[in-house]
Write a protein that binds this ligand. Sequence first.
Ligand code: TXA
Ligand code: MG
Length: 333
Amino acid sequence: MAAAELLRQGQIVAIPTETVYGLAANALDGAAVRKIFEAKGRPSHNPLIVHVASVDAARQLTAEWPPEADLLASAFWPGPLTIILPRRAGIIPDVVTAGGATVALRCPQHPVALDLLKLCSFPLAAPSANRSNAVSPTTAEHVARSLGGRVPLIIDGGPCAAGIESTVLDLSGEAPRILRPGSITGGQLSEVLGREVLTMRRTEEAQGEVPERPAPLISPGLLTTHYAPDTPLVLLPGADLRRMIQQDSREHDSAPPVGLIIYSEELRSQAGSLRDKRIVEMPAAPAEYAQRLYAELHRLDSCGLRIIYCETPPQEPAWAGVNDRLRRAAQNG
Ligand code: TXA
Ligand code: MG
């Protein structure tokens, strides 16, 4: 595979995974990994996820591999779960972990990513393949639009099945803690572990917004400006949405149109009567919603809209990943 050869030579390659497309480099080659940061415009204090082909490969990179990591890996790997553990000294260069004492590990499920990892004899550091702070790519075309010209090769593996980034679980502390919700839920994790799994509290996340203090961040990627489209996005409960749209079209008669993301049966049945034409009807189940979310944000973002109104999804655990990404998308709103 040409991709494996480029990676061996210290180049970067955009690859499909089941969550979002990743921008990969040899995780053991500091100079190669720095090319990822350059291409993305990513701040150097934000560590990368290291992708591995197997539990054995993951174990090599950690100082300790606790029994709980085995439980999680057998339940969810290959798959959209990233596990953070103490890092083994002297293997992964500092640029990957932003100098931190831990390393984030994931074995991806996409056949192209897995084949590539097996072909390479080294792990792959890979963040999402987009310019820093933009919406993540779920197709090769999204990658080309965001990073085209900055990456020698983009492998097209079709649209991503999960559609939002992996669940990030910190196993390096006393209690397991979710740093980033994803399609694998806290409930699923605590069922496998047989104990409570903590989630980030909004107050802790809010501290991440203070730009002068990158060092104490638990997970720098939790900066809330992440994942935002350029078009302002406003989240509103379904009940308020219709009223808001009608008021909006009265106040801005000849202004650029607004976009609308809805999912509930109630609003879908009214969609025809709404004045707005850029209506995205999303599936009412969280996995299908997540799968389409970024593609719809990319599409709406290129429509020259004034604003995107989005119906707030159910505030239920199964929707945690979707709600997290929508809250971040709404930071510009
Ligand atoms: O699904 C995914 O996870 C995708 C695909 C490509 O695998 N990757 C991805 O990478 O979303 P990225 O870099 O966009 O997000 C990684 C997140 C960031 O929020 C980063 O701060 C956090 O994981 N992270 C990485 N290493 C960490 C560590 N040692 N401790 C805490 N957080 C870490
Ligand atoms: Mg990202």
